[in-house]
Design a protein around this ligand. Structure first.
Ligand SMILES: Cc1cc2nc3c(=O)[nH]c(=O)nc-3n(C[C@H](O)[C@H](O)[C@H](O)COP(=O)(O)OP(=O)(O)OC[C@H]3O[C@@H](n4cnc5c(N)ncnc54)[C@H](O)[C@@H]3O)c2cc1C
Length: 638
């Protein structure tokens, strides 16, 4: 490769992660010298805040690393795995402890999947020896297929049950135009199943669906999945210490039993239809974004869209391109985060480097993980010293972010003061879900066939939607971008535990789970993407599913080690954990601001979000603490 070609490739690279990858691949720590230490406070900036001189030095090092790697005699070089911890320290620029470094090494997975569980001697867990299943996993979305994979790796038999006809959950059901992942795709993927060649930085729904299908196939778990069966109820049987699972199948109801249940039913799987008067009176077609009607051609139709959340901002631009008119009803505007590469294909040079430099895609993922995860969430945490109005910002950093994002909106809508007045949020950044933008929202709202209505809705009428100002907006089609019933965990299943207790009555509208996984009185019921495991700006839900799936396997290991049948979380551990979540969520923008958002339960509490550093969830899900559980046996076998 000549010097020009190398220069071009380097121009397309993320330099810090390229240097780390080159140092690893060539075994040369000189490629990441101390003089190029990355400043963690500047982690979000390109090249970590290096000045021109440092940048020049970094490019020279990258050239020499690439020359070394591509030289004819380089076949002798093998990656030096012993360098990995040092390179992680260098790439993060942070003073990491061993646990943190280990978590990042697992995310990096440059030496292979580091989260494969040690096999459990299943015979030691009594529940594994009976007829039917050791474990039933409900849901074959991202979380469910991962749980089945980890259980299978640990040697535990399981069946996966899904109401749908295929895997993918969110990415199977949400087929609306424009649907794409808003976490960088290199991060939104399993650590042990990384894919370097994502077509886009934020790939679209069909690509995501293919990825999850592919994982299920490669993991060999498709034949463990029973598709098109809905779980209606779960009932714990004290006598046998098993769950009795009532299924709704095409041939009628069926009961199966399992020693444990993993609920992987998602937080965003049940659409929320708004409680607006007159919805049923509308004479045209109407549907929710998660059940997109591809048989309806909206060309030349007058469309009313209710909602301006993350999904709506993805599909409205597509509607606007062909519809005669689009009226957008906005309750609260979202904060927009500029992301110029939001719809962009991965740079060709970057893809070429992923091929050329072994492990580069992994180091690239790690850098994105670090920069976009812990790097941003600090701006959403309350600073007790902050004396500004809390309804606008919760800290100086939050206020600075607010100013920056306001400037972005002013830049985007400066020529349309009428729109600008409607699109600048009046709540702190992070109190609601932020939405990525590459300028498409302003372009869409400025179209002559689009109107943004922000004053509220009075009712839906046969011919359209009447705004709170009394004006009727005629419509042939209404699309609801109104989100999901996020606070109604595990609904609409009826779940009865020990002593016949009903899970939803126990929760009373404020779902909680110890470690996001266990609820007292419901032995051997483990939740993935459970209460307080959603994240707002810092990361992907896959990280949480990986931690929780590991925890579930470790719970089963504990049972096997103790020769116990079931484990029930102790109420004091549950309460302590819920108090911890409340304490920290009350210090986050989403916990402080009264603005409406799906991050809150009807009680006003935050049962959805994780408020602490990501690594804390990893730490607390390493091993179950036996002191926090009661080990139980079938009645009469105590
Ligand atoms: C439009 C959209 C965009 C998103 N973008 C992102 C993003 O960019 N980054 C991110 O981290 N997260 C994103 N999310 C969150 C997303 O839900 C998670 O990332 C992830 O897909 C959740 O996977 P899951 O398996 O836990 O749940 P789901 O994907 O919701 O899967 C749940 C599965 O359980 C099944 N199920 C539910 N109830 C039953 C029952 N009673 N019986 C049988 N089967 C049942 C469902 O059919 C489904 O297959 C997005 C969500 C949506 C809706």
């Amino acid at each position: 490769m000549d010097a020009d070609q190398i220069e071009q490739l380097i121009a397309a690279s993320d330099l810090p992660s390229l240097l780390a990858a080159l140092a690893h691949a060539t075994g040369d720590p000189g490629l990441v010298p101390g003089g190029l230490w990355l400043d963690p406070d500047l982690a979000l900036q390109p090249e970590g805040g290096w000045d021109q001189e440092q940048l020049g030095r970094a490019r020279e090092l990258a050239v020499s690393g690439l020359q070394k790697l591509t030289a004819p005699e380089s076949g002798e070089d093998a990656p030096d795995d012993a360098l990995v911890p040092e390179l992680i320290d260098w790439l993060t620029g942070a003073d990491l402890d061993d646990g943190y470094r280990r978590m990042l090494a697992e995310e990096l997975a440059v030496t292979g999947d580091m989260r494969i569980p040690e096999p459990i001697t299943a015979g030691d867990w009594p529940a594994a020896n009976t007829r039917d299943h050791a474990v039933a996993v409900i849901g074959a979305g991202m979380s469910g297929i991962l749980a089945a994979h980890r259980l299978e790796q640990a040697g535990i038999d399981c069946v996966v049950l899904d109401k749908n006809g295929d895997v993918g959950g969110t990415w199977l059901e949400n087929t609306y135009p424009g649907c794409r992942v808003d976490v960088f795709n290199h991060v939104y993927s399993y650590s042990g199943e990384q894919r370097p060649d994502w077509p886009e930085y934020h790939s679209s729904q069909p690509v995501l669906l293919d990825y999850f299908r592919d994982c299920a196939r490669r993991w060999g778990i498709r034949d463990r999945i029973r598709f098109d069966v809905q779980v209606d109820s779960l009932a714990w049987d004290d006598a046998t210490c098993r769950w009795v699972i009532r299924l709704e199948t095409s041939s009628g109801p069926e009961d199966i039993t399992a020693g444990a249940v993993v609920s992987a039913v998602g937080q965003l799987n049940r659409p929320l239809m708004p409680d607006i008067e007159g919805v049923d009176s509308f004479v045209g077609e109407q549907f929710h974004s998660s059940a997109w009607r591809h048989d309806i051609d909206w060309q030349d139709l007058r469309v009313a869209v209710i909602g301006t959340g993350a999904s709506a901002l993805q599909f409205i631009p597509h509607l606007a391109e062909a519809a005669a008119h689009v009226t957008v009803f906005q309750r609260t505007p979202p904060w927009l985060i500029p992301r110029p590469v939001y719809h962009e294909p991965l740079a060709a040079g970057l893809l070429r480097l992923f091929e050329l430099v072994p492990g580069y895609a992994h180091w690239f993922r790690l850098r994105l993980f670090w920069c976009t995860h812990e790097g941003t969430v600090g701006a959403l945490r309350r600073d007790p010293a902050w004396d500004g109005p809390l309804d606008q910002a919760v800290s100086r950093r939050n206020e600075e972010t607010r100013k920056l994002l306001t400037m972005y909106l002013e830049h985007q809508f400066g020529d349309r003061p009428d729109l600008l007045a409607k699109v600048v949020p009046d709540y702190p950044v992070g109190a609601k879900r932020v939405v990525l933008d590459n300028g498409i929202w302003a372009r869409t709202l400025k179209r002559p066939n689009v109107e943004l209505v922000s004053g509220g809705i009075e009712r839906v009428e046969p011919d359209g939607v009447r705004g709170a100002d009394g004006r009727l907006h005629p419509a042939d089609l209404v699309v609801y971008g109104t989100g999901f019933r996020a606070s109604e965990f595990l609904m609409p299943m009826r779940v009865t535990g020990r002593d016949g207790d009903d899970l939803h009555e126990t929760w009373n509208g404020d779902a909680r789970a110890y470690n996001g996984v266990c609820v007292p009185g419901f032995p051997n019921l483990f939740c993935l993407y459970g209460p307080n495991t959603n994240i707002v700006v810092n990361g992907s839900i896959i990280y949480f599913a990986e931690c929780a799936a590991h925890y579930v396997v470790e719970c089963m290991r504990l049972l096997a080690e103790r020769g116990a049948t079931a484990m029930d979380c102790r109420p004091d551990a549950y309460e302590r954990y819920a108090a911890l979540m409340d304490e920290h969520n009350s210090q986050m923008a989403w916990g402080i601001s009264p603005v409406n958002s799906w991050y809150k339960s009807p009680s006003g509490g935050v049962a959805q979000n994780w408020p602490l550093p990501l690594v804390d969830y990893w730490r607390q899900t390493r091993r179950p603490d036996p002191a926090d559980f009661e080990l139980i046996e079938p009645a009469g076998r105590a």
